[in-house]
Design a protein around this ligand. Structure first.
Ligand code: ZN
Length: 305
């Protein structure tokens, strides 16, 4: 069984606290590792979490506020120091190219790695060479240009063992059926559709930072795991709207309407020392599992249906 999980590196918005690092998340998905929004201190949090730079295949930045990108210089230099042997694709809003340039070249180092810049000019599918999934960007609503990311595994086909048995299919005949879509057995033609069912691909979305907008719902639609900012509580909804953020209730309502399976709330304002109210507020609107993200937590993608 392949491993698919979200490794939480930090959960604080704006400023770190004694218990919460700046943002940072590594999504481990089979052989891929997508590092989202590396805030300050991400390199050390990776060490604490037991993940290495060789596990990073892509970096995705939602926007260029410091809590979402100030970890880039350290991570980029560490990728080079560690001589990561595979290419690393970096996605970020094209409007922030000047910031990416500065962060990438913040100080002197010996470049060894193949870091491929993939600035995002507008919403839509992203180039993701070698990925076993489709990656797309969706525009969000924040004081600076911000994109959310959605990862979609294509649907597959699963053979039903009891049907294979009933029809007396085994060994090389099964291989032939998978290859050709049909096979002759006991003088009868069996079609792949008779013994197979669709295996739905898994989906993940990363929604950070934004006020409520259509893009949030588009990203969340039908995902197995949703990592979403819940900077504020509903009592502070006016602040959320003004600063371009979500409340726990808003995030939970979107998740409920979108049919999300596991909801991960994160990016908390330092004004809330205790997050029980975030949980209570989310659970009022969302029946599925609510996870209040904690630094260094590992949150599995729910098992396939
Ligand atoms: Zn922001």
């Amino acid at each position: 069984m392949s491993q698919r999980e979200l490794v939480v590196l930090g959960t604080a918005s704006q400023v770190p606290t004694r218990h919460r690092n700046h943002n940072g998340y590594l999504l481990r998905w089979d052989g891929e590792g997508l590092l989202f929004d590396p805030g300050e201190g991400t390199q050390r949090q990776m060490l604490q979490a037991g993940v290495t730079t060789t596990g990073i295949t892509r970096i995705a930045v939602s926007h260029f506020h410091g809590d979402h990108c100030l970890g880039l210089p350290g991570v980029v230099q560490r990728i080079n120091l560690d001589r990561v042997p595979h290419p690393v694709d970096a996605y970020y809003p094209a409007s922030g190219q000047v910031f990416f340039d500065r962060l990438r070249h913040a100080s002197v180092y010996h470049a060894t790695a193949d870091l491929r810049e993939r600035p995002i000019a507008g919403p839509g599918p992203l180039e993701a060479p070698g990925a076993p999934f489709e990656l797309s960007a969706v525009r969000l609503s924040h004081p600076v240009e911000s994109f959310g990311y959605r990862l979609t595994e294509p649907d597959g086909v699963r053979l039903r063992p009891e049907r294979l048995r009933e029809l007396g299919l085994r060994g090389p005949l099964v291989g032939q059926l998978q290859r050709d879509g049909r096979v002759e057995v006991d003088g009868r033609t069996v079609l792949l559709a008779e013994v197979a069912e669709t295996r739905p691909g898994q989906r993940f979305a990363f929604v950070m930072d934004t006020r409520l907008c259509d893009g949030v719902a588009e990203l969340a639609e039908g995902v197995d795991l949703l990592a979403i900012e819940a900077t504020f509580l509903e009592a502070d909804a006016a602040l959320a709207e003004e600063h371009g953020h979500l409340t726990a209730a808003q995030a939970a309502r979107v998740a409920a309407e979108a049919g999300v399976r596991r909801l991960v709330l994160t990016h908390f304002s330092q004004r809330y020392p205790d997050l029980q109210a975030h949980r209570a507020e989310a659970e009022k609107h969302f029946d599925g599992e609510v996870v209040i993200a904690e630094d260094l937590a590992r949150i599995p993608v729910p098992p396939r249906r």
